[in-house]
Write a protein of this length. Structure first.
Length: 175
């Protein structure tokens, strides 16, 4: 979809110096009404307005591409972070059964809910948790050790839960 947008924008652009031609913009005309580096929020609003109005010639293409890519990375980071917090709390639930609390249960439920939302909103990332499980487990294991004051070797070296269990709203591991 992004590539289609960029192709559509490129088709609408007159040749300019970025593409080897002369710019259609006069020397006195500012490239953007709101500068990317000076007021990011205003820049986003300006770019959105230009897109809605079909004013493709004055879009800040380079920065738009960077921001679209950054948005994709932020969705992945959100999944990574929530998965890590979820695994930490599942480990605490399993290995500190005597300290289980409503707070831990609420955190587990909240992380699952938000992960499910991200994965539903971004179906192309549904398999992503499985691809990073080993990496996130390693980090979560260290975090669980730090939060519980239990030795790291209390926790298995590889994840004792499947991705399906981790994401299952009804799964709570027993000690």
């Amino acid at each position: 979809m992004v590539l289609k947008l960029i192709d559509a924008v490129a088709a609408e652009l007159e040749p300019d110096s970025r593409f080897g031609g002369a710019s259609s913009r006069s020397k006195s005309e500012p490239a953007m009404q709101a500068g990317y580096d000076t007021d990011f929020y205003a820049w986003t609003q300006d770019q959105a307005k230009r897109l809605r109005e079909g004013d493709f010639r004055r879009l800040d293409i380079d920065n738009l591409v960077d921001e679209i890519e950054t948005l994709g990375r932020s969705v992945k980071r959100e999944i990574e972070s929530r998965l890590n917090v979820l695994i930490v709390h599942l480990l605490k639930w399993r290995f500190q059964a005597e300290r289980r609390s409503r707070s831990w249960k609420a955190t587990i439920a909240e992380q699952r809910k938000r992960l499910a939302r991200e994965l539903n909103d971004n179906p192309s990332l549904r398999s992503y948790p499985a691809t990073l499980l080993a990496e996130e487990y390693h980090s979560a294991r260290l975090n669980a050790s730090g939060e519980t004051d239990l030795p790291e070797d209390t926790f298995p070296t590889s994840c004792p839960f499947t991705v399906e269990q981790i994401l299952d709203p009804d799964f709570f591991p027993e000690a």
